[in-house]
Design a protein around this ligand. Structure first.
Ligand code: ATP
Ligand code: MG
Length: 119
């Protein structure tokens, strides 16, 4: 299992969520964050204080997936979040040791698999 953490443009969130829905990825967390990429900036010193670099608003997406979902999930984010301009974001893929679904006690792959609606 992997935890996929992606920083994306806020205006791309809906496109990314739509792409994830299409490949049956249902469980995720989003948060508003501020960050900085690889861009070099002129660091200015004003009265002895170094002016900090500017931060950009991004959305952080966290998605726990089983192995077979890793590649499709990364590809879905890559294509839905890309504009081709600097600042499109980053995707990190982290090892994920354990997942528990609290309601059922299910673990790991069973706990990240979408549950069919019981209607
Ligand atoms: N090395 C990093 N570690 C943690 N977060 C990062 C890192 N690089 C970028 N981020 C996060 O991703 C956001 C978007 O980064 P950004 O797209 O500017 O990356 P970049 O490497 O500068 O690529 P680009 O050249 O396309 O701008 C940042 O605002 C920050 O939140
Ligand atoms: Mg950048």
């Amino acid at each position: 299992m992997k935890l996929i953490v992606a920083m994306i443009r806020p205006e791309k969130l809906n496109d990314v969520l739509r792409a994830l829905y299409k490949i049956d990825v249902r469980g995720f967390t989003t948060s508003k964050v501020e960050g900085h990429g690889a861009e070099a900036e002129v660091v200015q010193t004003y009265r002895g204080t170094t002016v900090k670099m500017t931060l950009n608003e991004k959305v952080r997406l966290e998605i726990g997936v089983s192995e077979s979902f890793v590649e499709p999930t990364v590809e879905a984010i890559m294509s839905a979040a890309r504009t081709g301009e600097v600042g499109d974001g980053k995707i990190f893929v982290l090892p994920l040791d354990k997942v528990y679904r609290i309601r059922t006690g299910e673990e790991d792959a069973a706990a990240v698999t979408p549950v069919p609606l019981s209607i």
